[in-house]
Design a protein around this ligand. Sequence first.
Ligand code: MN
Length: 145
Amino acid sequence: MEDYKKKRKFDKTKEPEGEIKKDKSQKRIFVIQEHHASHLHWDLRLEKEGVLKSWAIPKGVPIDEDVKRLAIPTEDHPMGYATFEGEIPEGSYGAGQVKIWDNGTYNLLKWEDREIKVDFNGDKIKGIYVMIRTQRGWLLFKKKT
Ligand code: MN
């Protein structure tokens, strides 16, 4: 969250300033935001330990099995960011339009240094997804059923 705050001027952007919340329920939320920054990408955010763990995915979260996508870890975001949509002003970090592409809840199946496995229940994204850390970065794909 320090990185998140350092990169933003909250008198300029409408993005939430945010606080850390305590994990109370079993169901965790996720959001995928379509972000029209200098390069279009999708931001995947998973609730964990009171913050949103975040990855930038240049080509978006795959809907189909057998498609592997690069996922680049970014700074933790505050929980309030899960509902953020709007324009980040020019000259600000991440300037451009943010739209919610999908959201919902997920069940955490595994969270280790090199592998994360979650079961998504969103409108577009459903089922078990795996993220594997390789030497070239994280790869995200939908598990075969
Ligand atoms: Mn982004």
